[in-house]
Design a protein around this ligand. Structure first.
Ligand SMILES: NC(=O)c1ccc[n+]([C@@H]2O[C@H](COP(=O)([O-])OP(=O)(O)OC[C@H]3O[C@@H](n4cnc5c(N)ncnc54)[C@H](O)[C@@H]3O)[C@@H](O)[C@H]2O)c1
Length: 475
């Protein structure tokens, strides 16, 4: 808890968060202000505190599960700052870790909610406000989650929050994560890269300055690799060239300005791990599907967001909603596009595994490919059609012109063994999973706005004119 954070300071942070979120592209690139000498003092003190805290965190890791209705506690376990903890993956992860005795803090500027307001979009599920969510979680679980509303591109906010909470691990979900959003126009491309790349650099500096033992767990994407005509390794590839051999970062061929922001992050983190010996794990996550986790289903006020629109919706989640409302499944082009996928219940577990297995200081940045199965878009359409029929739904599939620039038929074989070697037991996409997703979508189908389903952004038409959110969606 941030006992030192006054109410007025909090109000300023909220205002700063709002300012940044209302003006994509206008995020200020602030010069670092804190005096170097003062930071060094903080770093030394933070490092001493961190060592003491690790001992208590290890002891707390054996705590029993929370007792519903008990007085709220903050877990007392490993201190985990979850940046982007109000988002789809972040919220489910925050609850998963809190339920298991980790001491969780959410840091989020709530900009994701503003993208929806600006674009005229909405989640399928009615989600509670960030403050109501954590309050309800306290009532349901007896666990306290600290919520700090602010922008990690604001160094003053991030450095104060980091020093006050003293995390042992930072899980960084806090980025603009839609490829179509980044391709709306120049302004949205610039906003995406400045928000994502500069925010990540700030996190790296916070760790370096205030606690270089703190483990950074960063969400990257499988989209960083593109679709090479060879197997995709987990982060690194050993190459023999002109008689010499080296193990190097795997080549990246990202397919949008969003995916490229993740590539830039990966390079910056790889450098920081080498230069400052910060322990870093880069998780190249596949496309996430599903909405239910044990904790988010514990109360309606804890329900997670579910995006089905043409900008933020991801493939399987979109198809399921389309099937539920009788809209044809919209396959882009030939539908041979193949990607890695995972259930959101595996996302939260992967993050826990990554936190529990930090690299040693000085070790090369770890890279895990975080997905469990590969599917083509046509595979997904076929699976949803078959399962939909079992529920009496008449599901049709159409091919529409591909708004993206991507191979529609290609080789794809990506490795994903490291997380399973560390204990991940995957939830595979079987009939029962699709059934429960379809039932979920049917439950909320009255909230679906069919006009939001079609793709809203064309890669080749991305221009310099400022597109308003509603104009982008109405195209
Ligand atoms: N959802 C997927 O299928 C998927 C797949 C691969 C990778 N990822 C990655 O996982 C992460 C989380 O994805 P998600 O689907 O939960 O996204 P999301 O948009 O639902 O959540 C991101 C959260 O970060 C917050 N945020 C953004 N910029 C911020 C800033 N400058 N300061 C503070 N908070 C900020 C947003 O308000 C939002 O709550 C992203 O980095 C994304 O690239 C997601």
């Amino acid at each position: 808890m941030l006992a030192s954070a006054s109410a007025s300071a909090q109000a300023v942070r909220v205002a700063e968060g709002r300012r940044a979120s209302l003006a994509p592209g206008a995020a200020a690139l602030r010069a670092p202000r804190a005096a170097a000498a003062q930071q060094q003092q903080h770093a030394a003190a933070a490092s001493r505190r961190s060592a003491a805290r690790r001992v208590s965190a290890e002891a707390a890791a054996t705590e029993s599960p929370p007792v519903p209705g008990a007085a709220h506690t903050n877990g007392g376990g490993t201190r985990v700052m979850i940046i982007g903890g109000d988002g789809y993956c972040g919220w489910a992860t925050a609850l998963h870790l809190s339920a298991r005795g980790y001491n969780v803090q959410i840091v989020d500027n709530l900009v994701r909610r503003n993208y929806d307001l600006q674009l005229g979009l909405d989640t399928l599920t009615p989600i509670a406000s960030a403050h109501d969510r954590v309050r309800k979680w306290g009532e349901v679980s007896g666990k306290h989650i600290d919520l700090q509303v602010g922008d990690i591109c604001d160094w003053e906010f991030l450095s104060q929050t980091f020093q006050a909470f003293k995390p042992d691990a930072v899980v960084h979900f806090g980025e603009q994560r839609s490829a179509p959003y980044s391709m709306i126009d120049r302004q949205h491309a610039v906003y995406t890269q400045s928000n994502n790349v500069l925010g990540t650099i700030n996190v790296l500096y916070a760790i370096k300055e205030f606690n270089p033992d703190c483990h950074m767990v960063k969400l990257g994407t499988m989209g960083e690799y593109g679709t090479p005509n060879i197997d995709i390794e987990e982060g690194y590839i050993t190459i023999t060239h002109n008689g010499r051999t080296d193990t190097l970062p795997y080549p990246k061929q990202a397919g949008s300005f969003y995916h490229l922001s993740k590539v830039h992050d990966s390079h910056n983190m790889h450098f920081a791990a080498r230069a400052w010996k910060i322990p870093i794990t880069d998780l190249n996550q596949g496309v996430v599907y599903g909405v239910r986790t044990e904790e988010t289903m514990a109360d309606r006020a804890l329900i997670n967001r579910y995006d089905y629109d043409g900008i933020f919706g991801t493939a399987l989640n979109r198809f399921v909603v389309q099937a539920a409302v009788g809209h044809p499944l919209t396959v882009y082009g030939k539908g041979g596009q193949t990607r890695g996928f995972l259930d959101i219940r595996d996302t939260v577990r992967c993050i826990q595994i990554a936190i529990d297995n930090p690299p040693a200081r000085g070790e090369q940045m770890r890279v895990f490919n975080q997905f469990t199965e590969q599917f083509s878009v046509n595979d997904l359409a076929r699976i949803v059609t078959e399962e939909g029929k079992k529920l009496g739904l008449d599901v049709e599939t159409i091919s529409i012109p591909n708004p993206r620039v991507e191979a529609e038929e290609h080789y794809y074989n990506a490795k994903c063994s490291k997380l399973q070697e560390l204990g991940l037991v995957p939830h595979l996409l079987q009939g029962s999973m699709i059934d429960s997703l379809l039932e979920f979508a049917l439950e909320y189908k009255e909230r679906v706005r069919p006009e939001l389903i079609k793709p809203a952004v064309d890669w080749k038409k991305s221009g310099t004119a400022v597109a308003t959110m509603s104009a982008a969606v109405a195209k």
